[in-house]
Design a protein. Structure first.
Length: 645
């Protein structure tokens, strides 16, 4: 409603009538409407990559994009409908001109000399910005990468594994020892561990795998200087039990990883093939190759072989002499060892089966099994070893299959290093081995790395499309490819500030950081679009006063109006940026659950907003002036753009 304010300011001693005020509001609304529509469309289009994310990242960040989009749509609707009505009621009487505002005057006094200097030394300013862009590109190559920033759940999931042939009594003993040692750490509130699978078909954990949930006390009660990483290290140092391989994760992310990828660690290497023994050999070779790799922790090859089986094979020539059948022997084995369902008891909606089998002391050893009694008709009870061979044999601990093939896994977590470079080094080490895999066997990387690759591929193919869409929107706004290009080149310099800030904060590139850059993309285009519109308005005023030919226009005249178009509209540009910064800066000091994800989103936004503002205020006028001077030199006149604002 700028023209309305100017009109009222000019007529301070001659107030506008209601009819004149409404006419000016209607005219201003018609001018503002298309600009509001195009700017809203640009920001929504910039969030298109977030809308197209799938998997965990899509579920986590798509609500952010939808919320932002709906807010912008409602905001645009209110700006076109409600704002003019409020202005007609509230904007009355005498108003102070903008040049009387002390804040505006101070900002213009600071900004105008700096802009004049930049316009005088155009090539040097562009060279400095190009160097900054080059440095930002170099820093970008040094950034680590990961799928998602680690979210602190406030607890630890300790997941050690041991040999597959461990007995129930031994795994119980290890579990009790571990729980006592973990509970002795001052920061630990509660410890709850289980061995093997839960009472559900979806949990296929073997008896050799322990899951211990470690609940920590509030951070205020921790020893001074202690971090969660220190607690994990202390637990790992205390629990160095022979035959047990320690592993650490968090309860929620562990379940998400298991459901999404079938891997309970950060990274898993799946080995597919047709023979278990070959898969087991390959797993051990991969494990040996990766040992000592920086960042690789809790390295473990899932045991494929090594399981123990009790084989009870009936002696056919003997059971006949005792008048027995194979079914009779098998029934004794089933009842005595496995248990037989006798009946079902009902308690409300619950059903419990009642089983019968021999007590544990009669079946907890091979010798005990051999002495199990089988009743015969003519010879009375005889020991089981008389009519059956009872031996222990080796076999697979657990069969895993995927994609209709047998599967083995080598698992590891990543700590003290970023995920991307760790996996890259591991892949380089395994490249020589991949050429020697037997025919029909292949490897597949899974876990968080699988999610990271999926998210990166989605962003890589959608970002060029988004850039093209926004460029077309700018073209329809200006009606000029040149003006659209001048606005678009703001984006790389906005990203430079985000890269600088991400680098110096020591944050790895992740989907969260990418979402921050995507939000920055839309904000940078919006601010650049704003100043370009103001500069074009200044050109319209210049042509109206001086004409539009090389005979009437000089470099000094063009520069005068460019400075005027930039300085006189400094307040709306700074307000646009300040609103974003004031909302984002407090997040840098946020703590607690959720801050681990929000800070990586915010850091590139803050850094990019600062650099894009500097570029828009100082460099965009330089590029604009060079463009207009070139038009004047080439065509003898400058091109006038009437943007739809």
């Amino acid at each position: 409603m700028k023209k309305l304010i100017q009109k009222i300011t000019q007529k301070q001693n001659d107030p506008l009538s209601s009819k004149e005020r409404i006419q000016l509001i209607e005219k201003s609304s018609k001018l503002v409407g298309p600009g509001v529509f195009y700017s809203t469309l640009i920001v929504i289009a910039s969030f298109l990559p977030v809308f197209l994310l799938t998997g965990i990242e899509g579920k986590l960040f798509s609500p952010l994009a939808w919320t932002k989009s709906f807010i912008l749509i409602v905001d645009a609707f209110l700006a076109i409908t409600l704002t003019p009505v409020l202005i007609s009621f509230l904007l009355k009487g005498k108003l102070r001109p903008e040049n009387k505002n002390p804040i505006n005057k101070r900002m213009e006094r600071l900004y105008t000399p700096v802009l004049t200097f930049c316009l005088k030394w155009r090539k040097s300013v562009l060279a400095v910005n190009s160097i900054a862009l080059l440095i930002g590109g170099l820093l970008f190559t040094q950034l680590g990468s990961e799928f998602m920033p680690p979210l602190d759940e406030g607890s630890i999931l300790f997941m050690p594994v041991t040999l597959p042939d461990i007995s129930n009594s031994e795994i119980k003993r290890i579990l009790q020892v571990q729980d006592k040692l973990i509970q002795s750490i001052p920061e630990v509130e509660h410890v709850l561990g289980k061995a093997g699978r839960a009472n559900t078909a979806t949990d296929n954990s073997p008896i050799s795998m322990i899951e211990t949930i470690v609940l920590l006390k509030p951070h205020a009660q921790w020893r001074e200087g202690k971090t969660k990483k220190d607690i994990i290290t202390e637990i790992n140092n205390k629990l160095q039990i022979p035959g047990v391989t320690n592993g650490f994760t968090q309860p929620i992310i562990n379940r998400i990883n298991m459901l999404a990828t079938g891997v309970r660690t950060d990274v898993g290497i799946k080995i597919y093939g047709a023979n278990l023994d070959t898969i087991a050999v390959l797993s051990q070779k991969i494990k040996a190759t990766l040992e000592g790799t920086s960042g690789v922790k809790d390295l473990f090859a899932e045991p494929i072989t090594g399981g123990k089986y009790i084989d009870i094979i009936a002696k056919r020539e003997v059971i006949g002499r005792y008048g027995l059948s194979i079914d009779a022997v098998n029934n004794v084995v089933q009842t005595a060892i496995g248990g037989m369902v006798l009946t079902t008891t009902i308690a409300g909606r619950q059903r419990f089966s009642v089983n019968a089998r021999y007590a544990q002391e009669f079946r907890n050893s091979i010798e005990g099994l051999k002495k199990l009694q089988i009743q015969t008709t003519d010879f009375g009870p005889i020991p089981l070893e008389t009519v059956a061979d009872i031996t222990i044999s080796d076999g697979p601990a657990m069969l895993n299959s995927e994609n209709a093939m047998l599967r083995g896994s080598v698992l590891f977590n990543v700590r003290d290093r970023d995920l991307g470079s760790t996996v890259k080094e591991a892949q380089d080490k395994l490249n020589a081995m991949l050429h020697k895999l037997p025919k029909g066997y292949y490897l597949e990387w899974s876990g968080q790395w699988e999610n990271q690759i999926r998210a990166n591929q989605t962003l890589l193919w959608i970002m060029p499309l988004v850039i093209l869409i926004i460029f077309m929107i700018l073209y329809f706004t200006y009606g000029s490819l040149k003006e659209a290009f001048i606005t678009m080149i703001t984006v790389p310099f906005a990203l430079v500030g985000g890269i600088f800030m991400v680098y110096f904060y020591g944050i790895n590139l992740s989907v969260a950081v990418a979402v921050g850059f995507i939000a920055l993309f839309g904000l940078a285009i919006e601010t650049a679009m704003l100043i370009t519109i103001y500069l074009n308005e200044a050109m319209v005023q210049m042509v109206a006063k001086h004409g539009n030919s090389s005979q009437t226009l000089t470099e000094d005249i063009i520069r005068e109006y460019i400075i005027s178009g930039s300085a006189k509209r400094l307040r709306p540009k700074l307000m646009t940026v300040s609103v974003a910064l004031f909302g984002l800066v407090p997040i840098l000091w946020s703590t607690g659950t959720g801050a681990d994800v929000m800070i990586p989103i915010t850091i590139p936004l803050i850094g990019g907003t600062i650099t894009s503002t500097i570029y828009v205020l100082l460099v965009t006028p330089v590029v604009f002036e060079m463009s207009k001077l070139r038009e004047l030199k080439t065509n003898g006149k400058i091109e006038i753009i009437h943007a739809k604002h």
